[in-house]
Ligand binder design. Structure first.
Ligand code: ZN
Length: 668
């Protein structure tokens, strides 16, 4: 056990105990520091005072969830509760989140307990919102918000993808087959967005007063969704009926379009908004933020606003204003849904990438430009990336003024587009990305990548954890370019970097880059690294996540070989997910005949062991009816095979979900 204490500003102390497996005490030291920081930060943010004398954290080995609250005794999975040299960056960020999350449940969950399973969303919405505020205070907030946006848009388990089908996504459920179904991407990702929007609509001060009223009024008792909302209505004097009706009791998200024009004679800017939606229901009430930005990248005074948008259409007029260089809309993804700027020209998007004061929106603008390239490449198999896009990309490659994490995001070319109309091209997404990466490398581009890497590697090491994490994420974007290169020079450089990698995340990222490349020794290198990494639990989990990322058919043999090892356990959620989830994101292989056969067989086995995790494996198939006809037939057949092999009495959640997916196809 590791013991410590934390002291509130008024001097009151809480004893802190970390119960760890034998010999692991040192690995609890960083988590203990995170916990102390969390407790004081949470007190300052919410006014909560922990009512007991001791707060205990217990490590648990196997769980689908990151942790579980119990009054005064929190359990957290060992991978997140202990931090050592094998803890990867994603886990370090996750540890900050899960520690404050489980602690917050003493307040929201134990202090006030939800009345029924149908109110459970609120538990997680409020707690995840606190977790996000805390991590934004520790790390670069724009970097964290980009990660959250990735989770919202994730093509597999992300809530937007679930809601595209129109069948899922309602936060307050009407019913459920199994309690596992009450907690998913909607609960953890969409629900906190609803509170984020409520806060923007009411303002920080009023939102805070509403939350404090709720916790004081229901302290030590049960509360339901209506009682929660009543507190905010009382302090604001506003009805939340329209807001909650669409956001909590309907499935679907708003699709907002914006169009603007500038009247030079009158010096007026007209911004016209329109909203449609997915799913069934009425008009959403949402906060819409915008700013007009000048050619130097400064926000034009008086143009930075957040308005309540609760009608199908709206027009906003900004009077007596200079002509902007571009508009920056829906900064930091202020509302949950999609936002399309119909007026922005490619030239304006380039200006926005170079100069928007809002770093999140710089990345969004870059993604829009990259989507335009994807469309060109899709239409013409011989086309290459356009000059303006390449110029911009090369400018970013050398722009050291940007924060590392943001530059990493700007340079990272995902397989996933921002434009949801491009999502059905799952089979093409890998090749499209390769074509873009190779276009960057052509005509001397590869030496720019080497220069950027060299500049990054020659900077002095930083002891600041958030800075180090951002720097590694930037480096990873550069490694991805080298991986796509295929030159001897790139392969040698990757090998050298692997040999010199001290940090576990660097090591795994470099190994992934080699495994995804055309390096002649990639199998031998993977095997050699596997021997080393399997020695520790953290290294093993990290290694498993690399295996499923080969874009070639050898990925199936590699995954099967790992399954046969004695260290592998299908029933250990951390281990099995680490091996399987990368393969369901592997667009180059999943949508092949062999990939779908692998998926069918794996889901059938996995569903008997863990329905919760098997649901994650089938999630990328939910959009199957939007795929090309031959792929749609193949995925439909795979879904029917899975369904035929699973009994609804043994696997109610997976069978039910498969039925729902198949029923979507029949509607067509
Ligand atoms: Zn929770």
């Amino acid at each position: 056990m590791l013991a410590d204490e934390v002291r509130y500003p008024d001097g009151r102390r809480i004893a802190l105990e970390y119960l760890v497996p034998h010999g692991k005490r040192d690995s609890a030291r960083i988590p203990m520091e995170i916990l102390k920081r969390s407790i004081l930060w949470q007190h300052a943010a919410t006014g909560y005072v922990y009512p007991f004398e001791t707060y205990r954290t217990l490590c648990m080995e196997k769980s689908n969830y990151g942790g579980m609250e119990n009054v005064g005794n929190t359990t957290i999975i060992t991978e997140a509760a202990l931090i050592d040299k094998d803890t990867v960056d994603a886990r370090l960020i996750y540890a900050h989140g899960v520690i404050v999350h489980e602690y917050e449940h003493n307040h929201c969950g134990s202090g006030v307990t939800m009345e029924s399973p149908f109110d459970m969303w609120l538990n997680e919405a409020y707690t995840v919102d606190i977790e996000r505020q805390f991590t934004a205070s520790v790390f670069n907030p724009a970097f964290m918000r980009l990660r959250e946006a990735d989770a919202i848009r994730e093509p597999g388990g992300g809530p937007l993808a679930m809601e595209d089908t129109g069948a899922f996504g309602q936060i307050v459920r009407d019913g459920f087959n199994d309690p596992d179904e009450l907690v998913d991407g909607v609960t953890y990702v969409k629900a906190p967005e609803v509170l984020n929007m409520l806060r923007q609509l009411l303002g920080w001060r009023v939102y805070d007063a509403g939350a404090r009223l709720y916790f004081s009024r229901h302290d030590g008792g049960n509360a339901n969704t209506a009682q929660f909302l009543t507190c905010f209505e009382e302090v604001s004097g506003e009805s939340l009926d329209a807001f909650s009706r669409e956001w909590l009791f309907s499935a679907g998200y708003p699709q907002v379009t914006a169009r603007y024009d500038y009247d030079a004679e009158r010096r007026e800017l007209h911004l016209r908004l329109a909203q449609t939606r997915t799913g069934r229901g009425g008009v959403f009430t949402l906060p819409f933020s915008f700013a007009a930005v000048d050619a130097r990248g400064n926000d034009i005074p008086g143009s930075v606003q957040t308005v309540r948008f609760d009608t199908p259409e709206a027009e906003i007029v900004l009077a007596d204003i200079d002509e902007p260089a571009f508009l920056s809309l829906n900064r930091d993804a202020g509302f949950y849904g999609t936002c399309t700027d119909l007026s922005a020209t490619p030239q304006q998007l380039v200006r926005q990438v170079r100069g928007d004061g809002n770093l999140f929106n710089r990345v969004e603008a870059m993604r829009r430009l990259t989507d335009l390239e994807r469309r060109r490449l899709l239409a013409d198999p011989l086309a290459t990336a356009s000059e303006p896009w390449l110029d911009l990309y090369r400018h970013l490659l050398l722009n050291t003024l940007l924060p590392d994490g943001i530059r990493g995001y700007l340079l990272k070319i995902d397989e996933q587009p921002l434009d949801r109309a491009l999502l059905p091209y799952v089979r093409e997404s890998f090749t499209l990305r390769q074509r873009l990466l190779r276009a960057v490398l052509a005509d001397g581009g590869e030496s720019s990548v080497f220069n950027a890497l060299h500049a990054l590697e020659s900077r002095p090491a930083t002891l600041d954890l958030p800075a180090a994490i951002e720097r590694r994420s930037l480096k990873n974007a550069l490694l991805n370019l080298l991986s796509a290169s295929g030159t001897v020079g790139a392969h040698l450089a990757l090998e050298e970097m692997l040999a010199g990698a001290v940090n576990i995340t660097d090591r795994l990222n470099t190994l992934t880059a080699i495994w995804q490349s055309r390096h002649g020794d990639r199998h031998a290198i993977l095997a050699r690294e596997g021997e080393r990494l399997r020695q520790t639990p953290g290294g093993y989990l990290g290694y498993l996540q690399v295996v499923g990322q080969s874009p070639r058919p050898d990925v199936f043999d590699a995954v099967a070989a790992e399954e046969r090892r004695p260290s592998f356990s299908l029933s250990h959620p951390g281990i099995s997910r680490a091996l399987y989830l990368p393969l369901i994101r592997n667009n180059a292989q999943l949508w092949t005949e062999r990939g779908l056969a692998w998926l069918t067989q794996t889901v059938i086995a996995y569903a008997q062991v863990s329905e919760y995790n098997a649901l994650r494996l089938i999630a990328p198939c939910q959009a199957w009816q939007s795929f090309a006809p031959d792929l749609r037939d193949a995925v439909g057949a795979a879904l029917r095979d899975m369904r035929a092999a699973l009994s609804p009495s043994k696997c109610p959640s997976v069978a039910g979900r498969l039925d729902a997916y198949l029923a979507m196809g029949e509607k067509e």
